[in-house]
Design a protein around this ligand. Structure first.
Ligand code: HEM
Length: 156
């Protein structure tokens, strides 16, 4: 496989990891899953799942820019000559990372803290915020994929 093929494959896998991670977060935190008598147990269980789910998202956060910049250099020589679509892709990536850092740095610790203190109302509030950020992250990721695919179709 050519270098271009390797980086393109990595880039698409990175996009899938991002979308999968955000979709998993959104699905795991469905209010119906967290409601009911055993809410405490469920919140504890959910808080325990996140290090694994977020591990995949961290992998995407690293793989996407590395493979993306490699593709940029191979196909368009550099940042200045990159097409507008690719520049929009990079801009959206920055917003996506800012959003994920908020999930990782603020909402997830708030959830763990609430579970440790057995403050279930606070825990539920943290899951709501995490879920809201996850759907925004998912929609942004899908928008970037649509942008990339539309670009490919225009080139055909
Ligand atoms: C620093 C961030 C990023 C850079 C530098 C970057 C760069 C690029 C470049 C140069 C291409 C090839 C465009 C072409 O040849 O027409 C590409 C394609 C693509 N990008 Fe990105 N990208 C970034 C972030 C993202 C993100 C966040 C996603 C989605 C979650 C994404 C999804 C895609 C997809 C699906 C393609 C089409 C792949 C293909 O050719 O089959 N990229 N990107």
């Amino acid at each position: 496989m050519s270098a271009d093929g390797v980086f393109q494959t990595l880039h698409v896998l990175g996009a899938l990891m991002w979308l999968g991670g955000m979709l998993a977060t959104w699905t795991i935190l469905r209010p119906a899953r967290l409601a009911g008598a055993s809410r405490a147990q469920r919140l504890e269980h959910v808080a325990g799942i996140f290090p694994r789910v977020f591990g995949w998202i961290w992998a995407a956060v690293l793989i996407l820019p590395i493979s993306g910049v490699a593709l940029l250099r191979l196909r368009f020589t550099g940042f200045e000559t990159a097409p507008r679509d690719v520049q929009i892709m990079m801009g959206l990536y920055v917003i996506m990372v800012a959003l994920f850092l908020r999930m990782q740095g603020l909402q997830l610790p708030a959830l763990h803290k609430a579970v440790a203190a057995q403050e279930w109302a606070d825990g539920l509030a943290a899951t709501k915020k995490l879920r809201r950020l996850a759907i925004v992250g998912l929609l942004l990721g899908l928008a970037v994929v649509v942008l990339a695919v539309a670009r490919q179709l225009n080139d055909v």
